[in-house]
Design a protein around this ligand. Sequence first.
Ligand code: PHE
Length: 338
Amino acid sequence: MLEKVEQLVEKVKGFTPKSEEELNNFRIEYLGKKGFLNNLFTSFKEVPNEQKKDFGATINKLKQLVQDKIEEHKSSFETATQSSKIDLTKNIPSDNLGSRHPLSLIRNEIVEIFNRIGFTVSEGPEIEDDWHNFSALNLPEEHPARDMQDTFFIQTNPDVLLRTHTSSVQVRHMEGNQPPIRTLSPGRVYRNEAISARAHCIFHQVEGLYIDENVSFADLKQALLYFAKEMFGEKTKIRLRPSYFPFTEPSAEVDVSCNICDSKGCNVCKYTGYLEILGCGMVDPNVLENCGIDSKKYTGYAFGMGIERIAMLKYGVKDLRLFFENDVRFLKQFDKSI
Ligand code: PHE
């Protein structure tokens, strides 16, 4: 009898299950109701008294061994089945990522387009003084053209105001640099206007300035045509209409052909075939002199556009207020990179 149990001990020691099923059969074979151990415990009473001690100890040893074996292998099968359940190819549900604001997308696109023809970005303060926003730009105090841009003044000091255009940044740039100058100033600007579908008291502009020897109106026209084609498509045409700005002479307003109706006339272009996108002109010699640049030696052109306006045209957005409401359902429609 004792020999039989010792044989079983050896057998258990050498047992290595290859599957969960094999381990289960092993458990039933040894620990089941009719298994080896129960049988051995039943036959315990038949064992001669003097052998009982050794016999008992050996069956207990066998039982312990069997239990250890099961414990040892059970856990290894469990981890194996768990890891086979993990699908490593599954997409992780991403956190709700944000998207770039449509105005940032358009600003970046404008900056990139002009970067390619040598323009670099310069920035300046949103709270300005009278000189940089008005006087240096050929708009002395009491000049009626100041009314073109309804201004927010800070408290009672008329010398401190929220900039009405980023031309102020160009003044600062000219004061600190000599030609050749090729600079773009994107930024937020403020005007005291009633908020509607087409106007807001806060909006964004990109203004450009190019000053060198022999810069001509033809250069301006060519740069703007290049911009319009890059921004709105190869077939885009531009049209210049004479206009007035105190800081440029001559001045013009620029329209692009309406790509919604192919210039045939629709309600977006109000049946004119064209849409206004920016103001421009040759920098007035007074402005150059105000900023310490020799107007006999240098000439330059400048242009300025509203980013909201370009975004509305490019994306077909009919109400400018949507850009400021920050409804994520609206904002998420534009950024294709996410
Ligand atoms: N600063 C003008 C505006 O805000 C735009 C402009 C810039 C016009 C440069 C001409 C030249 O309306």
